[in-house]
Design a protein around this ligand. Structure first.
Ligand code: C2E
Ligand code: MG
Ligand code: MG
Ligand code: MG
Length: 283
């Protein structure tokens, strides 16, 4: 959207900007109907315990499959959902669907495990969000310890007092909290000790550089040490190669997630991974 540059000034756009705006308008329009037309779906990606090779959790990742647009990545439509406020109903749908699906798998007799759900800033800051999560857990019958919410550093530090209070409520409720994309935000480490969190997720951009950039390797080592000292779980995201995996294991990172194990997959395919539960064979 163009900002008014004062009276009688002309705004020039490159064709590229025009295209982006136009594309976003189309997406926005179609996104309004995505929920009721059941075009949204959750994919699941396993999180693997690096000591046992077992799946110990999963991250729910949203997908939008539109008849005309095809598959739209969350990187494209989540920002639009956030701008338009659609993230509130979409986020609620995501939480409910993830909890419901996890409960279904538990009822089928699979080893119980946590499901992680990404939370946007406006959801987290929404009045009554903690109560909403409690209501969804009640409704779906999922025990709180099997739900993890993922927030980013930038959400956490927006209003430190509010965040501390909210995270304490989740802790009291038994819901787990992890900090997503850790290391990419410009945040002070001091806040970590005031926040009731359970895990740090090392961002993909550092993991990608294992064996390539020693500065980023150092950052990974520092995050793992930090997590250890604060008695937090530490999960590396975006693990694609055996070399990355062995580096992470040597540094005693306890969990991993990435294409090396599995891409995010539809629930039916995730079930096949649950059947083979211990099949990653990395021990
Ligand atoms: P994220 O939470 O950091 O999720 C990790 C992203 O990395 C996912 O992208 C996942 O598919 C991708 N990934 C996992 N393993 C690998 C790997 O080995 N290599 C590579 N190159 N990528 C890997 P995805 O699914 O496109 O999601 C992108 C972002 O969209 C997420 O980043 C998250 O911030 C957001 N998002 C996804 N689902 C939701 C949702 O339900 N609600 C909200 N608010 N945001 C969501
Ligand atoms: Mg995430
Ligand atoms: Mg991440
Ligand atoms: Mg991300």
């Amino acid at each position: 959207r163009a900002k008014q540059n004062g009276k009688n000034t002309y705004q020039f756009y490159t064709s590229d900007m025009n295209f982006t705006t136009f594309e976003n308008l189309i997406l926005e329009n179609k996104l309004y109907n995505a929920l009721e037309r059941k075009e949204l779906e959750l994919y699941y990606q396993p999180q693997v315990d690096l000591n046992t090779g077992q799946i110990i959790g999963m991250e729910a990742l949203i997908r939008w499959i539109n008849p005309e647009l095809g598959l739209v990545s969350p990187g494209k439509f989540i920002p639009i959902a956030e701008e338009t406020g659609l993230i509130i109903p979409i986020g609620e749908w995501t939480l409910r669907s993830a909890c419901k699906q996890n409960k279904v798998w538990q009822n089928m007799g699979y080893e119980p495990m946590r499901v992680a759900v990404n939370i946007s800033a406006c959801q987290f800051q929404q009045e009554g969000f903690v109560e909403k999560v409690g209501q969804i857990l009640n409704e779906t019958g999922l025990e709180s310890k099997w739900l993890e919410i993922e927030i980013t550093e930038s959400i956490a530090i927006k209003n430190v007092d509010f965040t501390a209070r909210t995270l304490r409520k989740f802790k009291d409720m038994g819901v787990k909290v992890s900090i997503d994309d850790f290391g990419t935000g410009f945040s002070s480490l001091a806040y970590l000790k005031n926040f009731k969190i359970d895990a740090l997720k090392i961002d993909y951009s550092f993991v990608r550089d294992i064996g390539i950039n020693s500065d980023n390797e150092s950052i990974i080592k520092a995050i793992i040490m930090l997590a250890k000292n604060l008695k937090l779980n530490v999960i590396a995201e975006g693990v694609e190669t055996k070399e990355q995996l062995s580096f992470l294991r040597d540094e005693e990172c306890n969990e991993s997630q990435g294409y090396l194990f599995s891409k995010p997959v539809p629930s039916k395919d995730f079930e096949k991974l649950l059947v083979r539960h211990n099949a990653f064979g990395i021990v």
